[in-house]
Write a protein that binds this ligand. Structure first.
Ligand code: PXL
Length: 292
């Protein structure tokens, strides 16, 4: 069985980080090892959350695993809370990346032009440095801007701007860049058929290939969807789908999760009902992985 190790926090309530990565990657038929970085009562969009830092457990976990000789098909990191954790993840990659291991870094720290509580510009630069060790990075536009140290442009940009961002992000050192949350304004010169949609662009720095995938824009955005996206992308890659097919599946699954959530009028506002859309994910993955 294929095996992913994912490094991120446990937010006990909130449907993000490990509480989505574990069930989703498992449902995709891939073993999910975890390194929990912290335990929070909820994610940080709630007021009054508790936070227990688990940084001091990470090195002993890695020491034990090294003795056991564990190897992983992918190393996937999400929300990391400190500079020390960034260093430890660097060591994890050094010690556990085999020739076939895919390293996926989701520089989860910001959205809608703002850093999440507790993060700084300095941390964003340190995360950018960690990204040099990745095969694939999956920032949104806000995270991309902070990592590059440039102002966030939330609207009015064109295709050339996105291509330039992709190339600058690739210079951080990852082989492939997947940029999320792209929306072109009506009046922009752009790809046919993508207006009123939201999408993803990718760049392979070895082949120079740029690809795009756009899907329906939902009326409401929810926390945790970036974690769901990165989990599905990593699971699909390990199951053998191409990067383009993996992020198309991830994007479409997020849309389905939001649809399911909005279909209940008493829905949670903190996270999506990803559980209700698992059958869709499993069916589609089954179909697509048979075609490989
Ligand atoms: O979904 C990203 C995320 C992960 N972990 C924690 C968070 C957030 C976003 O707010 O607060 C603790």
């Amino acid at each position: 069985m294929k095996r992913i190790v994912t490094v991120q926090d446990i937010s006990c309530v909130g449907k993000c980080s490990l509480t989505v990565a574990l069930p989703i990657i498992s449902a995709m038929g891939v073993e999910t090892a975890i390194v929990p970085t912290a335990v929070l009562s909820t994610h940080t969009m709630f007021k009054g959350f508790t936070f227990r830092d688990l940084t001091s457990d990470i090195q002993p976990i890695m020491d034990h695993w090294r003795n056991e000789g564990f190897r992983f098909d992918a190393i996937y990191t999400g929300y990391l809370g400190s500079f020390e954790q960034l260093d430890l993840v660097g060591k994890l990659i050094r010690d556990f990346k085999g020739p076939e291991t895919k390293v996926v870094i989701d520089p989860c720290m910001a959205d809608n032009g703002k850093l999440y509580p507790g993060f700084t510009q300095e941390f964003a630069f340190a995360m950018a440095k960690l990204c040099s060790k990745a095969d694939i990075i999956v920032p949104n536009l806000t995270e991309a801007s902070f990592m590059l140290g440039i102002p966030y442009v939330g609207s009015g940009y064109d295709e050339d701007y996105i291509v330039d961002l992709l190339k600058r992000l690739a210079k951080l050192g990852a082989k492939e860049v997947v940029l999320k949350g792209i929306q072109f304004d009506k009046n922009q010169k752009t790809l046919i058929g993508v207006r009123n949609k939201i999408g993803i662009a990718s760049y392979n720095s070895e082949t120079g290939r740029i690809s795009w995938y756009f899907h329906r824009k939902m009326s409401t955005s929810f926390h945790g969807t970036g974690d769901i996206f990165a989990s599905v992308l990593t699971g699909a890659l390990v199951r053998g789908l191409s990067l383009e097919k993996s992020y198309a599946l991830a994007g479409d699954y997020v849309v389905k999760c939001i649809e399911k959530t909005l279909s209940h009028k008493d829905h949670n506002t903190y996270g999506v009902d990803f559980e209700a859309a698992v059958p869709y994910l499993v069916r589609r993955l089954g179909r697509e992985s048979q075609l490989i």
